[in-house]
Ligand binder design. Structure first.
Ligand SMILES: Cc1ncc(C[n+]2csc(CCOP(=O)(O)OP(=O)(O)O)c2C)c(N)n1
Ligand SMILES: [Mg+2]
Length: 615
């Protein structure tokens, strides 16, 4: 067996360069790059190793470990999980800064290889700078915070241990069902230790997507349920896009006469103007999709985790005879709420289900109803996004302007605040992956860093990031990275001077406006933040616009700019789209001295009675 003498860190770097992926017949590096912020925990080991492979595997310097991991996660999502990135940090704060991003990847089932530095395996210099020191357990370091938010975790204390650890990490990162973050905590001294690694460990490996085929019995049971249904309805989740099942879904819906509602992760599975596409489903759903969801006797849930925003906290699918067919690559999701599981890849699952259904078609009245409901929804929704000259436009009016200035291949990116709900209802996505919403963790601060990852995954598409003032203030520094790397973003920053959506939620649950909008906070000076100046300071083009007309002009200029642009617009914190939507379970206090809360509690209890438990 021929061997090569390398440090553990050099072995990691070399191994990563050997991992490839095949996309449309083209062999590409599986890892699009490594994000790195160095400190004493990784600069000498991983830093030197990454320098050695910089021509095959680019290293990118970010400004915040959470931000860089958001970019990596967005890159994987925009690549349909077929390409990914790694992230290396120092020990201590650099590592724990990345824990929130690990949770983002975990919830959203997105692959990212996290390589935090760790304390000395030999313990000789203990405690090193940034070592947290557990009094009770010598095996604990800050990196144990990654355990609950990693699909695979290992701490590397011997150089040869990296061989099985990397192989296991790869199996998780590339498995459609298990997919999520893999964390290998790399002890600082071990990174620098040498070992005679077998050459075979570094042989080129081409990863292809595993397409799980359905079990015959599950397939027959699912087909039987659907054939007996009179009001079937499809829910399309993110799994449709990860599987590349858009055409399979369109064929399935058309052949069997079914309508489709899209989750936040599933939006853009079908073009907005496809007759079967009734748009968003759930708490932030369209009136059309929700009308179908309420009546459905069989819900065909394709590639969705069925989180509460999709199920209306399990009060949306209210037909008493309703069953769910769970077409999902992960049995954990396929069996939720007593669903009839159909464990399979979305694309082959839909194809085989279609074969099993033969000529069966949903009753004709369903297609007529879909047409009517869709027309009614668009009539109702249009007025929210129409042009206006009001001084403080709503989020929906800003969305209308962005939509009018966009082209069908653009990607809109968002994550938290009031915007996700408004975008889910109103955004008209044409091309697949044109709607990139992180709504599994809805992590404030994802937007700009995420937009950068999306742009890196496909530089040919214009990327429009929509972000609230709160989210922007929480994390914006990868804007400077986008300028540095020449990956242009258009950022539309909606300044409603605070946490608008939480203030609205507070009011809706009977609370007094308190601690959300800046005006309702403890303060000596009410902040008047000059976001345009801030963005310019980070190197971006920036402009503050007044109203929708100026916004449309600025969007046109941003499109032809060669650098990231931030367009700031003041918006109304109180307005939101009241058409469509559905109840969401947010627990209201059972006792209070405030009558508004008691009233909200009475309404809450009525709504709770509509929630289905378990079935
Ligand atoms: C990291 C993080 N902290 C807290 C929250 C809870 N949260 C959701 S939206 C929101 C306010 C967002 O404010 P902004 O970005 O200005 O959007 P707006 O609500 O005003 O539309 C908060 C605090 C969150 N989603 N993520
Ligand atoms: Mg705000």
């Amino acid at each position: 067996m021929s061997t090569i003498r390398l440090t553990m860190a050099q072995a990691v770097a070399r191994f990563l360069t050997a991992q490839k992926t095949e996309i449309d017949g083209e062999i590409l590096p599986l890892f699009g790059g490594v994000w790195a912020i160095f400190g004493h925990g990784n600069v000498a080991g991983m830093g030197e190793a990454l320098h050695g492979v910089r021509d095959q595997l680019p290293t990118y310097r970010a400004h915040n470990e959470q931000g860089m991991a958001h970019a990596a996660i967005a890159f994987a999502k925009a690549s349909r999980r077929r390409r990914m990135m790694a992230c290396t940090t120092s020990i201590g704060p650099g590592a724990t800064n990345m824990v929130t991003a690990a949770a983002v990847a975990h919830v959203n089932r997105l692959p990212v290889l996290l390589l935090p530095g760790d304390v000395f395996a030999n313990g000789r210099p203990d405690p090193v700078l940034q070592q947290i020191e557990s009094f009770a357990d010598g095996t604990i370091s800050a990196n144990d915070c990654f355990r609950p938010v990693s699909r695979y975790f290992d701490r590397i204390t011997r150089p040869e241990q990296i061989i099985p650890a990397l192989q296991r990490a790869m199996s998780v990162l590339t498995d459609p069902a298990e997919c999520g973050p893999a964390t290998l905590a790399l002890c600082q001294d071990t990174q620098a230790e040498a070992y005679d690694y077998p050459e075979s460990f570094f042989a080129e490996k081409i990863w292809t997507p595993r397409r799980i085929r359905p079990d015959e019995t599950e397939l027959a049971q699912a087909a039987d349920l659907i054939c007996k249904s009179r009001k079937p309805f499809i829910v399309a989740g993110g799994g449709v896009l990860y599987s590349g099942a858009e055409s399979a879904l369109a064929d399935f819906a058309q052949k069997h006469g079914l309508a489709v509602g899209e989750t936040q992760a599933g939006k853009s599975s079908l073009p907005h103007d496809h007759p079967a596409n009734l748009g968003a489903i759930g708490v932030t759903g369209t009136g059309a999709a929700n009308a179908f969801a309420e009546d459905a006797d069989v819900v065909i849930a394709v590639g969705t985790r069925l989180q509460d925003f999709t199920t209306g906290s399990w009060a949306l699918f209210r037909n008493p005879k309703r069953r769910i067919v769970g077409l999902n690559v992960q049995a954990f999701d396929a069996t939720k709420h007593n669903a009839a599981p159909l464990v399979a890849d979305a694309r082959v699952g839909l194809e085989e289900l279609s074969r099993a259904l033969g000529d069966w078609k949903a009753p004709e009245d369903q297609a007529v109803k879909a047409r009517d409901e869709k027309a009614r929804w668009f009539d109702a929704a249009a007025r929210y996004t129409d042009p206006t000259n009001v001084e403080l436009p709503s989020d929906a009016q800003v969305i209308g302007a962005v939509q009018r200035a966009s082209s069908p291949t653009d990607v809109v990116v968002c994550a938290a605040g009031g915007l996700p709900g408004e975008l889910h209802k109103h955004w008209k996505a044409s091309a697949a992956l044109g709607y990139h919403m992180e709504y599994g963790y809805s992590c404030m601060g994802y937007e700009i860093a995420g937009g950068l990852g999306v742009k890196m995954a496909d530089p040919s598409r214009e990327v429009i990031v929509m972000v609230g003032d709160g989210s922007y203030l929480m994390m914006n520094s990868e804007l400077a990275t986008s300028v540095m790397l020449g990956h242009k973003l258009t950022v539309v920053l909606l300044d409603n001077r605070g946490y608008g959506c939480i203030n609205r939620l507070q009011r809706a649950t009977g609370g007094e406006s308190f601690n959300n909008l800046l005006q309702h906070t403890n303060h000596v000076t009410l902040p008047e933040i000059d976001f345009a100046a801030h963005a310019a300071g980070l190197g971006a083009r920036s402009v503050k616009v007044k109203g929708i007309g100026e916004l449309e002009d600025a969007l046109k200029k941003a499109r032809s700019a060669d650098r990231s642009t931030v367009i700031v617009i003041d918006t109304d914190p109180l307005a939101s789209t009241d058409a469509g939507g559905h109840w969401w379970d947010v627990a209201v206090p059972e006792v209070s001295v405030r009558e508004q809360v008691n009233k909200a509690r009475r309404d809450y209890e009525k709504a709770l009675a509509t929630q289905r438990v378990g079935d």
